[in-house]
Structures are given as C-alpha cells and as structure tokens.
Ligand binder design. Structure first.
Ligand code: NAD
Length: 287
C-alpha cells in the first residue's frame, strides 16, 4: 500500500515550528500581524477568512480583517491597501479573491507593498522566484514543498509533472520544483496527450479543478502524487485524482480533504512571519 501523506499532521509540525519563531519575536516586542481585506459578503470567503484569523490567534500572532462593501471602488480599495502598506505594525497583507468584476485584480495586487505581499502574487515576488531567488512562495506551493520535505521525498534529479499552470498554484509549483533541481514538465488545458507526460512523473502535482481527471492508468508505479484539486461531488469534497484507484499504484499520495489544504492556511502564517523578520532585518530572531 502507498504512503498516505497526512497534511493535517504535517501542518501541525509546521505550526509547532512557527510557535517557536513567534515566541522569539515576541520576546523582543514584535508580534507578527496579518491583515486580510475582504470585499463583499460571500459566505465561503468570510468563513475562509475567519479560519485564517483563528489560526493567527492560536499561534499568538496579531490579526485583523478589513470588511469592505461589494460596492467599493477600485480607488477606495487601493487606498485601503496603501494605508496598510504605510502602517508599521502590519507585516502581511492579503486581499481575498475573488474580487467583484468592476475591480482590476492585477492593479490591486500590484498596489500591495511587495515586502508585505504574504500571498507572493506581486509581480516583484513572482520575478524573484522566477529568477531563482525567492523571497516567499505562494502558500499552496510552499505547502507542497513542506509535504515533500517532511515526508523525505527527494526532488533533485526527479521528473516532476505539474498539471495546471495557474498563477496561484500550478506555475509557482513548477518554478519551486525547478529551483530544487527537478526536471519539470508543465501541462495545461492545451496539452495534447496528457497521459504521455503524467506517466513520466516521479512527482505528479495535479492542480486543475476537475474531479477524476487523473486515474490509475495516468500514474507511473511508485510515483508521488500530490492532489491540489478541490471539487464538490454529490456533497462530498474530492480532488482531481481518483484516490481509490491511484492509491493502488502510487508510492505516496495526498488525500482530499486532509492533504494539501491544511498546509495552505498554515503557510500563510509562515509567510507572515518570514516577511515580519525580513522587513526588520531580524532573520536570526525569526528562525
Ligand atoms: P485555475 O482554474 O486557475 O487553473 C486551472 C489550470 O488547469 C489551468 O492552468 C488550466 O490550463 C489547467 N487545465 C484545465 N483543464 C485541464 C485539462 N483537461 N488538462 C490539463 N490541464 C488543465 O485553478 P487553480 O486556482 O489553479 O486551482 C486548481 C484547483 O486547485 C481547484 O480545484 C482549486 O479549488 C484547488 N486549490 C486548492 C488549494 C488547496 O489549498 N488545496 C489552493 C488553491 C487551489
């Protein structure tokens, strides 16, 4: 049977380490602070934002949420972001997506101070990791790395196939694996004969949002399979990988739920601490 990579256990290990780092910072009077900006009253986004707040509280970080009405103008939203940029007590700023259609998401992303860009989506931070000198990685990508590292799955020299090339998950994950010396194949919706590529993977990361996209016939025997997808099917959460059949073939596999998901919010806290220490030149205190 393959190893099931338990994201809840790994996320707990990461948080234990974060608690030590936060304690170190608090001992010199710094409490890392994350501020989430939430536009509109979408129930799913509000619940996600609350879970981020709860985790920040539990870890001993400071947190805040700025609620803005769905009618907010782009200028007003950017002014809010600029105020947070200028606030010396704020270490991480996250603008919750999706934004209403009258707002230009790119413009808002670009308005966040790159030194406080906890999502790692600002063009500066994208440029940093694309040129092999990352400041921080986007949270889901950072979480995938923690899963591999803490499960002793080596990356260097391995063939990594990423299915999906979104700016949020697929593309940065390909960049991360490349930075760690994997040979990377990046697949997407226009890829012809997807299976030809997925069958080559030592490490297969699937981030598409299509239940059952990857079955046992798409996976090489003994491969590590990281399923990022979240899909609701008949009221149940499932990934993009058919867990039942693929687990017979894979060497290691993440479940959905309970795989990558638990790492994503945890890595948001990690990124906030990383930025808090870097911004003050205190890396040695934050470790
Ligand atoms: P997205 O829609 O932005 O991107 C999907 C990607 O899949 C695109 O790059 C597209 O080219 C590719 N694609 C679409 N159909 C394909 C096909 N048939 N074959 C190959 N590639 C195909 O989505 P996203 O934001 O990257 O999210 C992907 C999935 O991951 C979603 O289910 C999302 O809910 C989930 N997600 C999970 C977490 C987590 O923490 N677990 C975090 C972010 C996203």
């Amino acid at each position: 049977m393959p190893r099931v990579l338990d994201g809840k256990v790994i996320a707990e290990q990461v948080r234990e380490n974060l608690k030590d780092r936060i304690e170190n910072l608090r001992s010199i009077g710094i409490q890392p602070k994350l501020v989430v900006v939430l536009v509109g009253d979408d129930a799913a986004s509000a619940s996600y934002v609350r879970s981020k707040q709860r985790m920040a509280d539990k870890l001993g970080m400071a947190g805040d949420v700025r609620f803005l009405p769905v009618t907010v103008t782009q200028g007003e939203l950017i002014r809010e972001v600029e105020q947070l940029n200028a606030d010396p007590t704020v270490d991480g700023i996250l603008v919750q997506f999706p934004l209403p259609s009258h707002i230009d998401t790119e413009a808002v992303l670009a308005a966040v101070d790159p030194d406080k860009d906890v999502d790692g989506f600002h063009p500066y931070n994208v440029g940093r990791y694309a040129t092999g000198s990352p400041v921080i990685w986007p949270c889901t990508t950072a979480g995938i790395y923690e899963i591999l590292k803490r499960s002793d799955i080596s990356i260097a020299g391995k063939t990594a196939v990423i299915v999906g090339r979104s700016q949020i998950v697929g593309w940065p994950t390909g960049q991360l694996l490349l930075t760690h010396n994997a040979t990377v194949i990046q697949c997407h919706s226009k890829t012809e004969d997807l299976r030809k590529f997925t069958l080559q993977a030592d490490i297969l990361v699937v981030a598409v949002g299509q239940a059952g996209l990857i079955g046992a016939d798409d996976v090489r025997s003994g491969a590590t399979v990281i399923d990022v997808g979240i899909n609701r099917v008949d009221g149940r959460l499932v990934g993009d990988v058919d867990f039942e059949s693929v687990q017979e073939k894979a060497g290691a596999i993440t479940p959905v739920p309970g795989g990558v998901g638990p790492l994503t919010v945890t890595m948001l806290m990690h990124n906030t601490i990383e930025l808090a220490t870097r911004r003050r030149g205190l890396e040695k205190w934050g470790r």
